[in-house]
Design a protein around this ligand. Structure first.
Ligand code: GLC
Length: 430
């Protein structure tokens, strides 16, 4: 079987009743940004499934517009923390069925919807679907600006590292260090360690802090103002904000195309771009950094995801773009490593196998390829694409990969849905 056929098989094997799980072993429910990327894969061979994937997400939408990062469509004891920990079904604003988590994930749906629209074989039906879905995505963005941008800066905050999608990135180390957790034996409760080697996963110590934050939200009854008062983790994340901006721009274009232009999307995008460049850009590291709203400081931690997502959203001006290319691409040691690790290999915090602290992920590479293409950097885009395809062709659809060229390694879980979906997209739309 070719890798292309296998990619479809992976998606279909992970397909449940109307949506797709990220992977059979680790993640038995529906995840927000995963489903966005997954829909792009289906769009190449089964458009109905792509739309179903997106629609299923809105079954978990809260009545204040909030979109949760996990939708527990069915029961499973294969994942921790499950609905009992999140306790959202007792809230007036959250659905009782399906149960959901109480944090969100990067707002990718706007640009995903635009791509589904561009690629469709059935314009009439797709226009109808887009008309129905755009207001729901708008409600989500409106929620973010209402609740997560208290000083009206055009930048929204995340309040849990899981909301970034980059769970254990060095970006969150300082904020998480503020959380003192009592000792608890999580090792026996965590389900992930039964399936994946511990050195591929966040440590127990880190996990305790992740759960502490969830318990804080529960104690505050998920009231944003209350949460904000004492939350040790309030960060304007460059990845989350870039993807929000990219989605806003895409939705503005799409709303124009379907004959109903919505200036709110454009205005949000303009304000966001300006704020990214004034508040999150860092001259010294030539990167977009997180901003810690607890200490009121930029977070000086290594992560390539900042410039990757900003390129995708076309945020850098031409001078910033030149500097990003000469610093992070022209100087990249590609005799030894594939592009683009999530943390540079020469950084003291680099860990080649530990999740978001160094490995290559297919979704960040996909964002980077598309970002480089949009910015007219096709030579680098081709290189990143080649490195991405090499990994998948050699190892298959793993969750992520060690970037070393001499000792490459597939890590995490196999049969990972977005690796398959984005491979399909990179082959069909080079
Ligand atoms: C991990 C990843 C996150 C992803 C989820 C489901 O938590 O860090 O980005 O959405 O798994 O695949």
């Amino acid at each position: 079987m070719s890798r292309l056929e296998e990619a479809q098989e992976v998606l279909l094997a992970n397909w449940r009743d109307g949506y797709t799980i990220p992977s059979p072993l680790l993640y038995p429910f529906q995840w927000l940004w995963d489903s966005g990327f997954i829909a792009l894969g289906y769009a190449h061979f089964d458009e109905d499934k792509a739309w179903s994937e997106i629609n299923a997400l809105f079954k978990g939408q809260w009545n204040n517009g909030f979109l949760p990062h996990i939708i527990f469509h069915q029961e499973s004891d294969q994942y921790y923390p499950g609905p009992d920990v999140w306790q959202t079904h007792t809230l007036d604003k959250a659905p009782t069925s399906p149960k959901t988590s109480g944090i969100t994930q990067p707002p990718v749906l706007g640009f995903i919807l635009e791509q589904l629209f561009e690629q469709t074989n059935n314009l009439k039906k797709t226009t109808e679907l887009a008309r129905r879905i755009i207001p729901k995505i708008k409600a989500f963005h409106q929620y973010l600006y209402n609740e997560r941008d208290p000083n009206t800066e055009g930048l929204v905050y995340i309040r849990h590292n899981w909301e970034s999608g980059l769970d254990n990135s060095p970006l969150w180390d300082d904020a998480l260090r503020r959380i003192n957790t009592p000792k608890k034996d999580l090792a026996s409760i965590r389900r992930d360690l039964a399936h994946v080697k511990a050195d591929n996963r966040p440590s127990n110590h880190e996990y305790l802090k992740y759960i502490w934050l969830v318990e804080h939200f529960v104690e505050c009854g998920y009231e944003e103002e209350k949460i904000r008062e004492h939350c040790p983790f309030l960060i304007q994340d460059p990845v989350f904000n870039s993807l929000l901006i990219a989605s806003n721009e895409a939705l503005f274009r799409l709303s124009e195309k379907i004959g109903n232009p919505d200036m709110d999307f454009l205005n949000w995008a303009i304000a966001g771009k300006k704020a990214m460049n004034s508040k999150l850009w860092d001259e010294a590291s030539v990167n977009y950094l997180g901003y810690d709203l607890v200490t009121n400081q930029q977070i000086n931690a290594p992560s390539n995801a900042g410039f990757i997502a900003a390129l995708f959203a076309e945020i850098p001006n031409s001078n910033q773009l030149d500097r990003i290319i000469s610093t992070h691409f022209s100087n990249f040691s590609d005799d030894d490593f594939r592009m683009m690790p999530t943390v540079m290999p020469d950084d003291p915090l680099f860990e080649g196998k530990r999740y978001w602290r160094g490995p290559i992920w297919i979704n960040t590479n996909w964002l980077l390829i598309r970002g480089l293409q949009k910015n007219g950097e096709s030579t680098w885009a081709d290189k990143v694409r080649e490195h991405t395809l090499e990994l998948i062709e050699e190892f298959g659809f793993y969750e992520y990969f060690h970037p070393s060229k001499h000792a490459p390694e597939a890590c995490g879980t196999p049969m990972f849905s977005w690796s398959a979906a984005l491979y399909l997209d990179l082959i069909h739309r080079p």
